[in-house]
Design a binder for this molecule. Structure first.
Ligand code: SF4
Ligand code: FES
Length: 138
């Protein structure tokens, strides 16, 4: 599916399906805007842009980003790097790090992203939500 963007005259919200691992943080915090039972599933006109921005800042995978009027403003992450182990899920990375593959080639990352810990992701090294399908425990 890739990246989808939704715009009005205040905000553009983008969602990258490749890295979303369906934590449902957005859905639970602001279901009026993020509702997977609707098409499109993101309705940026349902709430104030400030509320939407606040929830985007809590997306643990970095799948959600926003752009205000003329300035791009990705989820910038923390100044110091934190890596949190999600229960039965990925490693949640928050902060700017250098990620390399086995050959030393740099892998582009956002400031917030999730690394697969279960081995089942089809988008390694990133989590794609497959840990739920395989019932990963750990
Ligand atoms: S990973 Fe982000 S975009 Fe995907 S469901 Fe969770 S909060 Fe929403
Ligand atoms: S930890 Fe999410 S797909 Fe592996």
């Amino acid at each position: 599916m890739g990246k989808q963007s939704y715009s009005n005259n205040v905000i553009t919200v983008s969602w990258d399906s490749e890295v979303c691992f369906h934590s449902a943080v957005c859905v639970n915090k602001l279901g009026t805007v993020f509702n997977p039972n609707k098409k499109p599933w993101i309705d940026i006109n349902a709430e104030d842009a400030e509320k939407i921005k606040a929830v985007i800042g809590k997306c643990p995978s970095g799948a959600l980003t926003f752009e205000m009027a003329s300035q791009t403003q990705e989820n910038t992450g923390s100044e110091s790097v934190t890596i949190k182990i999600a229960e039965n899920g990925p490693l949640l990375v928050n902060g700017s790090i250098l990620l390399e593959d086995a050959t030393g080639k740099r892998i582009e990352t956002k400031a917030i992203f999730a690394l697969c810990r279960c081995g089942a992701s089809e988008n390694k090294p990133f989590c794609d939500g497959s840990h739920k399908k395989i019932g990963f425990k750990g």
